[in-house]
Design a protein around this ligand. Structure first.
Ligand code: GFB
Length: 320
């Protein structure tokens, strides 16, 4: 444990600030007395090793939060396996190595709950990593994220760097991707429910059987957990950031319909993949350190729908 790592006056680089996660972290850091650094893709291509090294050499951040990633839902993972593996490996390798080269003292790498084996015992504790085969629908992304954890650990071990990793569960909230081909389930259902309501239809079409269980965390809670970990945690093992409870896809679909105000039944489509049956993370380690989420699922979906309405629900591209 780092006793009260102080962010005051630090230059904190948030990689991926235009994505849902990076955006939430920038909003949360506004409450800290630090300087936030960001760089859009037009300024800095994180796939370009030379450009990343040069940017770090000039900007000299003290702290890095690595929230940049090629992300997407079950279909996106299946459609673009090369992008999910290559882009994520390159982003992690470039940012972590450049951080070390330019003497960044503190780095937080963000992964995903899909790093765990498909049939891991539930709720999933941190030590389930690499104990069994992965879920095939997202193994490319999972392998890249596991490599990111290992990179942080390797720089800690070989170079004494204070680099840590957090594994969030399925996230949602303002800034999400509402493109139906690329998105995760919650933004997809919000958009589909909204469009059905606008067209005077009833009922909501969902993919798969509706029986898989998923745990959802509002991205503002994740951002708060990231700042908490940066200030307090300094160990080799990654930390789960979960909500602590899960729901079936059918349940979440009904909740979305209630928030949006859409009547009718949920219609399943078993020709579409379910993905992993369940991935509830054990959030006990982080709770034991004194952090807990604040935003309940219904309240969080209401907030995500508010953002969708305010921004016109523009189909948003992949966050990076
Ligand atoms: O959120 P999601 O795309 O990804 O799908 P995963 C979760 C569940 O919702 C699956 C179902 O069982 C989907 O079949 N679902 C129902 C839908 N209707 C829809 C819909 O309209 N759109 C989508 N997208 N799903 C992802 C991984 O897995 O989780 C990523 O692919 C990452 O790599 C992320 O780890 C956190 O939860 O299955």
């Amino acid at each position: 444990m780092t006793e009260g790592y102080d962010l005051t006056g630090k230059r904190v680089y948030v990689a991926g600030h235009r994505g849902m996660v990076g955006g939430a972290i920038v909003r949360r850091l506004a409450r800290e007395n630090c300087e936030v650094l960001t760089a859009g893709r037009e300024t800095l291509d994180l796939l370009d090793q030379r450009a990343v090294r040069d940017w770090f050499a000039v900007e000299r951040p003290d702290v890095v939060i690595l929230a940049a990633a090629k992300v997407g839902g079950i279909l996106a993972n299946d459609t673009w396996p090369a992008d999910f593996l290559y882009d994520n490996l390159m982003i992690e390798a470039n940012v972590i190595e450049a951080s070390h080269r330019s003497d960044v003292g503190r780095l937080l790498f963000l992964g995903s709950s899909c790093i765990y084996p498909k049939l891991a015992r539930q709720p999933i504790t941190e030590d389930a990593l690499l104990t069994g085969p992965l879920e095939p629908t997202n193994e490319w992304y999972a392998v890249a994220k596991i490599a990111g954890i290992k990179l942080a650990q390797a720089y800690r071990r070989q170079h004494g760097r204070d680099y840590i990793s957090a594994m969030p569960t399925n996230l949602y909230g303002p800034g999400d991707n509402f493109d139906l081909k690329g998105s995760h389930v919650l933004p997809a259902l919000i958009r589909k429910a909204h469009e059905a309501k606008m067209q005077g239809q009833s009922g909501l079409d969902i993919w798969g059987t509706g029986t898989p269980r998923r745990e959802f965390l509002h991205v503002d809670d994740l951002a708060d957990a990231c700042v908490f970990l940066l200030k307090t945690y300094s160990e080799n093992e990654h930390v789960n950031v979960g909500f602590g409870d899960d729901v079936t896809i059918l349940e979440v679909a009904r909740m979305v319909m209630a928030v949006v105000g859409l009547d009718g039944e949920v219609r399943t489509d078993p020709t579409k993949p379910d993905g992993t049956p369940r991935k509830l993370m054990d959030a006990g380690k982080l709770r034991g350190m004194g952090w807990a989420p604040r935003i309940g699922l219904y309240e969080g979906i209401t907030d995500a729908y508010r953002w969708f309405l305010e921004t016109g629900g523009a189909a948003r591209g992949m966050a990076r």
